[in-house]
Design a protein around this ligand. Structure first.
Ligand code: FAD
Length: 310
């Protein structure tokens, strides 16, 4: 059995594994795909002290860093079921899709999240070539240009307000007859001169030329008419889905499916900790996930010295 078993190999999981191993306790990390969302990212410009890097390069560096320590890396392993210890300080069990079962005195859950996609033609093709999901990450790439934000919930409207200060023009497209964001955000958005709001708009295609986005097509759901908007970027903001379906019923989740954690990265079950995009911690970013992962590992170590380490 492991002292610390980390589930998920993104920035949060990598950081947790390194911090745990540095305490000299047996550490394992099981990940469906080591690197997580970072593997799907192009340019990264906000990892402090690294002015510019690229996703695959950062994934390789994270993996190399983990390998500096005695960590049992189990890549391409999907966790399917968590069975918490029957008593405090006992062994938790994690069942994998391949039928194997791992046991550990403490567990760090860091299975991340995925952006909900529109599922329209052009979205996949122009991903990272004008189609973006993270305004904090990619907003500055569109300085002075025209962008659309798809989604009029809180995240979409926040993104539109944020982007309006950087880009030339923002078109916000909301599927419903009204935006769903908080009133104060809607009011702020409406006060901005370089923002156009389209409601009852169903995005049907993201168009491009020469390998880059050049616009999008939407249908006005009131008239059935199709319109094309010329622009350079599309931010899809229709939801971030935590990879926690497999934990339902075994651990406390928020109404959005995020693992509920406190400021010590503790979950509702003693000895089980969580970090990163899969949790209720606000702002989903690499530096934040790394910080939370280290915090979860330190909390796990603290739990172990109080409850079970010899
Ligand atoms: P993830 O990176 O999502 O990692 C989750 C890990 O868990 C993966 O290894 C996954 O395979 C694994 N996993 C999931 N389910 C299971 C399971 N059941 N069993 C086992 N393993 C499982 N942030 C920035 O700070 N700067 C940027 O420039 C930036 N750009 C981005 C661009 C894109 C296109 C995207 C999608 C995100 C970007 N982000 C950026 C956000 C950043 O990538 C995330 O905040 C960060 O990766 C979250 O780290 P994490 O470890 O919590 O989760």
């Amino acid at each position: 059995a492991f002292e610390v078993l980390v589930i998920g190999g993104g920035p949060a999981g990598s950081s947790a594994a390194i911090y745990a191993a540095r305490k000299g306790i047996s550490t394992g990390i099981a990940a469906e795909r080591f690197g997580g969302q970072v593997a799907d990212t192009m340019g990264i410009e906000n990892l402090i002290s690294v002015p510019y890097t690229e996703g695959p390069k950062l994934v390789a560096a994270m993996e190399q860093h983990v390998k500096e320590y005695d960590v049992d890396i189990m890549n391409m392993q999907r966790a399917e079921k968590l069975i918490p210890a029957a008593r405090k300080g006992g062994l938790h069990e994690v069942r994998l899709a391949n039928g194997a079962s791992l046991k550990a005195r403490s567990v760090v859950l860091s299975t991340g999240a995925r952006w909900r996609q529109l599922g329209v033609p052009g979205e996949e093709e122009y991903r990272n070539k004008g189609v973006a999901y993270c305004p904090h990450c990619d907003g500055p790439l569109f300085k002075g240009k025209r962008v659309a934000v798809i989604g009029g919930g809180n995240s979409g409207v926040e993104a539109a307000i944020d982007l309006a200060g950087i880009v030339g023009h923002v078109t916000l497209i909301e599927f419903g007859a009204e935006m769903r964001a908080d009133d104060v955000l809607q009011k702020k958005l409406r006060s901005l001169k370089n923002v156009e709001i389209i409601t009852s708009g169903q995005t049907t295609e993201i168009t491009g030329e020469g390998g880059k986005v050049n616009g999008l097509t939407y249908t006005d759901r009131n008239t059935g008419e199709s319109h094309h908007v010329a622009l350079e970027g599309v931010f899809v903001q229709i939801g971030l889905v935590p990879n926690t379906e497999w934990l339902k019923g075994d651990i406390e989740l928020s109404q959005h499916g995020e693992i509920i954690v406190n400021e010590r990265a503790e979950t509702s079950i003693p000895g089980i900790f969580a970090a990163g995009d899969a949790t209720t911690v606000p702002y989903k970013q690499i530096v934040i996930s790394m910080g939370e992962g280290s915090k979860a590992a330190l909390s796990a170590f603290d739990f172990l010295i109080r409850n079970s380490l010899p």
